[in-house]
Design a protein around this ligand. Structure first.
Ligand code: ADP
Ligand code: MG
Length: 387
């Protein structure tokens, strides 16, 4: 998949040249899990894997959408797009012009051809890559100039969140869209979900002989939606019992006294994960600023233990990937994303990446798990025009 393949799909489907091709990256979160809805901190990087969207403006209000990863051409009038409509993958595309129009921007119909290089449903945010590639194109085609400034890009991220929440009806906190629109190559993006401020943090691993490995477990688990809602509810209840607006307001300094005020051990463990995880994001940023990668690795390991034991969102495949990577000499490893499947990451010496992949594959084979998909990633750039 590339700008050329998206343009080719466009020509083959609509029999015309696209006006241009735009792309946006997937993302992986380095640390700070389930902290977004607790007004906390997270630290994603943009992936080299990108989704490409070839677009052409139409004079009417029709949307015609095709994807190399979808099925057939979906046609829908922009005026008919809304909560839960259209269903399926096309919602992530149609939701974007709908959300822009709802936010007051003058946008109309489009022909769209998509070719995505972000694995779907692996916790690497193919959904935001798709939305943000389309959003970048619509902004340019309608001269909205939202790509030109970071405030414009933040506004576009909010538009994409609204598209995913309302039209695709998927709860999402905003980390994915911010990473796709605001991340910079060679940097991690520190996101403060309380005031929506962002900071670029150095993350040039190659310069230090290191590499980041993504381990997509390809594990499939049911009941994930219910688990997400349950964790969210526990955090909200803990905040209510502690009389704070969110767990962000609880300090690590008097954490044990605060936890003692909670009504159950379950709430104590859930709250402990959030408060300590937010602190680990701060410590990771500090360590990255000093190129202290052994500390980053230790924070990854502590984060994984917290998600496994206190927040209880890991599964055997994620634990196996993390344990195999650490046993092979990784500086650290942790599950990433919402949990119950998806991907884990490992911070490794660049010359040990292949051996770590082999060790993880063999640990999966020994336990009878489906083969994982492991690959090295670098911190890449955000949404842009490609052609
Ligand atoms: P993730 O964002 O972690 O990959 P999601 O469940 O949030 O997982 O989003 C995956 C969904 O996004 C897919 O099931 C599909 O509906 C849609 N999607 C993402 N990329 C594409 C694409 N290139 N073509 C068609 N649909 C896509
Ligand atoms: Mg997603």
């Amino acid at each position: 998949m590339s700008a050329a393949s998206a343009a080719e799909l466009f020509r083959g489907t609509f029999g015309a040249e696209p006006c241009g091709v735009w792309s946006a990256p997937g993302r992986v979160n380095l640390i700070g899990e389930h902290t977004d809805y607790n007004s906390g901190l997270c630290l994603p990087i943009a992936l080299p894997q990108r989704t490409f969207a070839a677009l052409r403006r139409r004079d009417d209000d029709l949307l015609r959408i095709v994807s190399a990863q979808g099925d057939g051409v979906v046609e829908v009038e922009l005026g008919d797009v809304g909560a839960g409509h259209p269903t399926g993958w096309a919602a992530y595309v149609a939701g974007v012009p709908w959300s822009l129009r709802t936010a007051g921007y003058a946008v109309g119909g489009l022909d769209v051809a998509v070719d995505g290089g972000v694995p779907l449903g692996a916790g690497l945010s193919s959904s935001a890559a798709l939305e943000c590639a389309v959003a970048a194109g619509v902004s340019d085609l309608h001269d909205l100039a939202l790509l030109a400034t970071s405030s414009g890009r933040s506004a576009l991220a909010a538009v994409c969140v609204e598209a995913e929440n309302t039209v695709a009806q998927a709860p999402t906190g905003g980390m994915d869209q911010s990473a796709a629109l605001l991340a910079e190559a060679g940097r991690a993006l520190l996101l403060d979900c309380r005031d929506h401020s962002t900071e670029q943090v150095p993350f040039d691993l190659a310069a230090h002989g290191l590499a980041l490995l993504v381990m997509d477990t390809r594990a499939e688990h049911a009941l994930v939606d219910g688990q997400y809602a349950e964790r969210r509810e526990s955090c909200e209840q803990a905040a209510r019992e502690l009389d704070v607006t969110s767990l962000r307001e609880v300090s690590v300094d008097d954490l044990s006294e605060r936890l003692a005020q909670l009504s159950s051990d379950l709430l104590r463990r859930r709250a402990r994960h959030i408060v300590t995880e937010i602190e680990r994001v701060r410590e990771t940023v500090e360590a990255l600023r000093h190129n202290d990668f052994p500390t980053v690795g230790r924070l990854f390991v502590a984060s994984h233990a917290s998600m496994r034991d206190d927040f209880e969102i890991s599964v055997a495949e994620l634990d196996t990937a993390v344990e195999a990577a650490v046993a092979t000499g990784a500086l650290g490893a942790r599950m990433t994303g919402g949990g119950f499947g998806g991907s884990a990451i490992a911070l490794v010496r660049a010359d040990a990446a292949e051996a770590t992949i082999a060790a993880v594959e063999s640990a999966f084979a020994d336990r009878g798990f489906r083969a994982p998909d492991c690959f090295v990633v670098t911190a890449s750039g955000s949404a842009t025009r490609d052609a």
